[in-house]
Design a protein around this ligand. Structure first.
Ligand code: C2E
Ligand code: MG
Ligand code: MG
Ligand code: MG
Length: 279
């Protein structure tokens, strides 16, 4: 960190700061190359209907094959991309790539639906809804087959703008989900006004090997709330059979998690739609 020992003193950069700043500059430069060099890939994690055990759709999850670094998870580059605005182009790439892929899958699996994560910067772009419309049309993917996932923090940062953006998207016919639900602080009154279709209950609520009575009570409350508001529920982070059974019994509609199915390569997706998962 820069040292300031008082007015007029020289600012000294410590070596650690130099290394950090340099790493960040290289990361930024590399990230700028990534799209043009085709270094992004999508993994897909199935959403499982808890009643039947069948996969009904997939969520696209971005990965970056950064030369010299291997596969970088989203947490390693999306925050930077959001800061410097690169997320707009990356987000457009994700929707197009996932949309084309889902349209291909739907020729043999017509019921397959697609979930795509959207960042706050994308949502507030005034052209976002028309971009989405154009992209889905290009892919030949019906809007009803697509659900866009937004985090609670994004929606709550500016609820008025969020409602306006979501309404435009809703008019296109795409589904809207609140991702990581329960980690932010949505006011219930806004939740009622947001034109959303799906609540994805954050994995923090079932992260314990054996969810406590209090954890289960929270999830039960969210499921009841969702039912009242006519929203689908998806529980994230199902890692054990006990959690799977508990969530099914609580009446969650869908589950996602390592126990149900990990994020998989696109070539393995069709197999995940053959019959109920035997877990
Ligand atoms: P998310 O949308 O909540 O996605 C779920 C994350 O949890 C994924 O991590 C997934 O691999 C992981 N996960 C799934 N099942 C389990 C489980 O049972 N246990 C645990 N511990 N984790 C599980 P991933 O792929 O690293 O993505 C992290 C976040 O990055 C996503 O969270 C999403 O917010 C963001 N993200 C991913 N792809 C995109 C994208 O294309 N665009 C945008 N804007 N954000 C993305
Ligand atoms: Mg998500
Ligand atoms: Mg999530
Ligand atoms: Mg999450």
């Amino acid at each position: 960190r820069a040292k300031k020992d008082g007015p007029g003193k020289v600012v000294v950069f410590e070596p650690a700061m130099h290394a950090e700043a340099l790493a960040r500059l290289t990361l930024t430069a590399d990230l700028k190359q990534a799209l043009a060099s085709d270094q992004f890939r999508l993994m897909y994690q199935p959403l499982i209907r808890l009643g039947s055990g069948r996969a009904t759709g997939v969520e696209a999850l971005i990965r970056w094959n950064r030369p010299g670094f291997g596969q970088v998870p989203p947490a390693g580059f999306l925050p930077l991309a959001e800061e410097n605005g690169m997320i707009a182009d990356i987000g457009r790439w994700v929707l197009r790539a996932a949309g084309e892929q889902a349209a291909r899958w739907r020729r043999t699996i017509p019921e397959l639906t697609l979930n795509v994560n959207v960042s706050g910067r994308q949502l507030t772009d005034p052209r976002f809804a028309s971009d989405v419309e154009q992209t889905l049309a290009d892919c030949g993917l019906p809007a009803a087959a697509v659900t866009l996932e937004l985090t609670e923090s994004v929606l709550m940062a500016d609820p008025r703008t969020a409602v306006a953006c979501l309404s435009d998207l809703r008019d296109l016919g795409v589904g809207l989900a609140i991702d990581d639900f329960g980690t932010g602080y949505s006011s219930l009154s806004y939740l009622q006004r947001l034109p959303v279709d799906e609540l994805k209950i954050d994995r923090a609520f079932i992260s314990r090997a054996e969810p406590t009575a209090a954890d289960l009570a929270v999830i039960r409350t969210v499921v009841e709330l969702a039912r009242t508001l006519k929203l689908r529920t998806v529980v994230e982070g199902v890692e054990t059979e006990e959690q799977h059974v508990a969530m099914r019994e609580l009446g969650c509609d869908y589950g996602q998690g390592y126990h149900l199915c990990r994020p998989i390569e696109p070539q393995n997706v069709p197999a995940a739609f053959v019959g109920p998962l035997t877990t």
